[in-house]
Design a protein around this ligand. Structure first.
Ligand code: FES
Ligand SMILES: [Fe+2]
Length: 381
């Protein structure tokens, strides 16, 4: 650790070799999980510059509907305009910086700041400035909300804060599609995710760096037989597959019903489980008749919040009991992961550990994650 503190950020980033093939590769070094400078660099180079989940598309289906969120520490708002176009903005008033929209979602005719009443149109133009006559050299047209990129894919709204600028087209979905890639888009389309409805959101807190959670997710089922006995009883572990795309990894497994643990087997039916990770921090977990998504949010170098959203084909009262049983199975898996993530974080702080090796059979997803991250962190160090 002492040696790491002496190293420059550049040296720390350079200490990972992205060119090693999987059978020779090591993980990213421990310092990447514990050094504040790496954490700050990630917020800037990874979270501000990548497409990030802002909410669900059904929340902004109609003109005037909006959602707010926070991306890499920045408040943002996404709103569907009177012209039906989706637009994203920094949710920061051009007067004295207050958040213009304060609810997490809603419907509005215009965006009015609660502090001094400045009002913006749904397209972000500054319209109303009470008691502002006599102010010289004030160009109202140049004081609209700052735009960011916003686009929809399947059930979700994504935004990107860094590529912002006054000349952005209102909805740049081509850029999001480019990032996701044709391969992912065509794989997900037949799942007909639009037939699933959101039911509930849960927040989990992990005492670890955000990458510990992602690594744990991407270990190709390696930890499942050891930590998740219930889940293990329905997965055909030997047939678990790992397929890397450009910016995503699909892990999938056939499901078995013979010998399934009762609580898990009752709600994990169908012929396969699909686990999609999309760089850097979004996961889609799909089973026949149930889906949940995970959004991994760094809250500090060793604090991570993971937001789970649960979706089902039927969210009526009649289906409630079964849906809740499904959520409980998901909850149990998270509880089982909390302790191991904390244990890993503590070990990463030890002088006895620097980096580890990767299983060729299981850990190709982690290898992809580490290489993509390295490429992003290299920029402007
Ligand atoms: S900060 Fe928004 S009106 Fe003053
Ligand atoms: Fe796990």
């Amino acid at each position: 650790m002492f040696a790491n503190k002496m190293k420059s950020l550049k040296e720390i980033i350079a200490s990972y070799d992205p060119s090693a093939p999987l059978n020779q590769a090591a993980t990213i070094p421990a310092s990447w999980y514990i050094d504040e400078r790496v954490y700050e660099l990630e917020l800037q180079n990874v979270f501000a510059q990548s497409w990030q989940l802002a909410g669900r598309s059904d929340q902004v289906g109609n003109p005037g509907q909006y959602i707010t969120s926070e991306i890499a520490g920045e408040p943002i708002v996404v709103v569907r305009g009177a012209d039906n176009l989706l637009r994203g903005f920094f949710n920061v008033c051009r007067h004295h910086a207050a958040a213009v929209m304060t609810e997490s979602e809603g419907t509005a005719n215009h965006l009015r700041c609660p502090y001094h009443g400045w009002t913006y149109s749904l397209a972000g133009e500054l319209k109303g400035t009470p008691d502002f006559t006599g102010v010289c050299d004030f160009d109202r047209a140049a004081n609209g909300l700052f735009p960011i990129e916003a686009a929809i894919w399947e059930n979700w709204v994504f935004v990107r804060t860094e590529a912002g600028g006054q000349d952005l087209p209102p909805t740049d979905s081509s850029s999001l599609e480019n990032f996701l890639g044709v391969d992912l888009i065509t794989q997900v389309r037949p799942l007909d995710l639009k037939s699933l409805y959101w039911m509930e959101r849960r927040h989990y807190s992990f005492d670890c760096n955000w990458k510990v959670f992602v690594d744990n997710y991407l270990d190709g089922g390696y930890h499942v037989p050891h930590l998740h006995k219930g889940l293990d009883s329905v997965l055909d572990y030997s047939k678990y597959m790992i397929e890397n795309g450009e910016h995503f990894c699909l892990q999938w497994s056939p499901l078995v019903s013979d010998g399934a643990e009762a609580q898990t087997g009752a709600v994990r039916t169908g012929d396969r489980a699909l686990y999609y990770w999309i760089y850097p921090n979004f996961m889609i977990n799909w089973y026949q008749g149930a889906m949940d998504t995970n959004l991994v949010i760094p809250r500090g170098v060793d604090k991570t919040e993971v937001i789970f959203d649960f979706y089902f084909p039927d969210v009526s009262a009649a289906a409630r009991e079964r849906n809740e049983a499904s959520i409980e199975v998901g909850q149990r898996i998270q509880d089982e992961d909390v302790a191991i993530c904390k244990s890993v974080q503590r070990g990463l702080n030890s002088r006895a550990y620097d980096a580890g090796r990767l299983s060729v059979r299981r850990e190709a997803g982690e290898h992809l994650f580490h290489r993509l991250l390295h490429a992003d962190l290299l920029n402007d160090v």
